[in-house]
Design a protein around this ligand. Structure first.
Ligand code: ZN
Length: 432
């Protein structure tokens, strides 16, 4: 569908940070083909025209670290320490997951993400074919990874990596390039050294990037030093797992030498402030990492440790936390945090043609209704969205040139049916 968005305030996040007070965006064959004044937009050549009067258009959010079907465990086990929560509550339930539960759990996450303006996400979980099917139906853009954990025997390890390879062969660059596949060893504390070496080898051999949880807590770092005499960052560096395509979630407990390694290897770091705060993991030194040139982006982590997938909330938490950490309100300003939630996330996940509004780029964008009290008086639109915006302001969502939400209503997904099915699956899983 060819779409024209007119009468919109446009936040481009392009090289020059161009802001257009009132203009139009033309989309043809999934690509942005026009940005400019309303008068010259040639409205007649587009089959669909959306009047955004009173609204703002910006790039869609990129949630760069998530476990979609953990929506199944949302509010199931809260107020616990990370290791306790993982090993006594989450891992035993994950052993009971089924294709069906992951499918409906993923769709539930997608309903929430689209409605709050997310167009792209990275997922690492299980039964990823179910999630791939859900991506195909929803129209979202995604990085999918089969979660890899292994302390067990060789045969078991091979079986999981084989599933990862199958996912890669079947889905990488599928759905018009909307799906990419990465390898996802869970962490240094759930994968043996031999396993991580095997994954590093596969990554090189297949040219597939790796996403991993890294230095999420001080406890993880302490155990790694006791076991291997090195920090998790140094350990992964020595195993050959760090490069400019690596996506490392958290990096909360990193010291200056870890940051040097991450910067020199150009590793992409995903900050998850909501999850880090809820699990009392600490505050990642985001401003410091940014000052060293590291590409830091934003994620929510799974819905069970956040407990929502709202990137607007995540932006605000990220900005607040860094200001507190530095004891300086000038740190991590609104523009930077918005780029972390969009442009920088798209780059980290290898979707370089998305993340900003520019002619020739893929059309992944959202329309926010700014005719609401919390946007008045109108000064700086970026500040207004970051510090005053609500996810319920999102009115329309376009992904890969397709309209997936309009007027606040989902087009590709049946919300009511998904709620019903997800509830049923969740109760079955938890035996309630
Ligand atoms: Zn995670």
């Amino acid at each position: 569908m060819d779409i024209l968005l007119k009468n919109a305030q446009i936040i481009t996040l392009d090289e020059n940070d161009n802001l257009i007070r009132e203009g139009s965006i033309g989309i043809r064959n999934n690509i942005i083909d026009y940005i400019g004044c309303n008068k010259q937009s040639h409205e007649e050549v587009y089959s669909k025209v959306i009047d955004c009067k009173g609204g703002a258009v910006m790039p869609g959010f990129v949630n760069a670290h998530n476990h979609l079907a953990m929506t199944m465990f949302r509010n199931y086990a809260d107020d616990m320490k990370l290791m306790d929560w993982l090993f006594t509550k989450i891992f035993p339930l994950e052993d009971k997951l089924t294709e069906d539960a992951v499918y409906w759990g993923s769709l539930l996450a997608m309903v929430e993400m689209i409605k709050s303006g997310t167009t792209t996400f990275a997922d690492m979980y299980f039964f990823m074919e179910s999630t791939a099917r859900a991506v195909s139906e929803s129209g979202m853009r995604a990085v999918l990874s089969r979660g890899l954990q292994g302390e067990s025997g060789e045969e078991d390890l091979d079986y999981r990596i084989r599933e990862s390879t199958e996912l890669l062969e079947k889905y990488h660059n599928s759905n018009n390039g909307r799906i990419k596949v990465m390898l996802a060893p869970h962490s240094v504390y759930t994968c043996s050294e031999a396993y991580l070496r095997k994954v590093a080898g596969k990554s090189r051999e297949q040219g597939v990037p790796v996403q991993i949880h890294l230095s999420e807590t001080r406890e993880e770092v302490k155990t790694c030093i006791e076991k291997f005499g090195r920090s998790p960052v140094r350990y992964l560096e020595d195993l050959g797992l760090l490069n400019d395509k690596t996506v490392a979630a958290h990096c909360v407990a990193v010291d200056d030498s870890d940051i040097e390694i991450l910067a020199s290897r150009k590793v992409n770091v995903v900050h998850n402030p909501g999850s880090n705060m809820k699990l009392a993991s600490g505050i990642a030194p985001v401003a410091k990492m940014l000052s060293k040139g590291i590409n830091v982006c934003l994620g929510t982590d799974g819905a069970s440790s956040n407990n929502n997938l709202d990137m607007l909330e995540e932006m605000r938490l990220a900005a607040y936390l860094q200001k507190i950490l530095a004891d300086d309100p000038t740190v991590l300003p609104a523009e930077m945090v918005m780029k972390m939630a969009t442009l920088r996330g798209a780059a980290a996940l290898g979707f370089e043609n998305a993340g900003s509004i520019e002619v020739g780029k893929t059309a992944d964008l959202i329309v926010l209704n700014t005719e609401k009290a919390h946007y008045y008086p109108k000064y700086n639109i970026i500040s207004a969205i970051v510090y005053s915006g609500n996810s319920s302001d999102v009115e329309a969502v376009i992904i890969d040139g397709n309209l997936v939400m309009e007027g606040g209503h989902l087009i590709t997904l049946d919300e009511e049916r998904i709620f019903y099915k997800a509830q049923k699956c969740a109760l079955k899983l938890t035996g309630q």
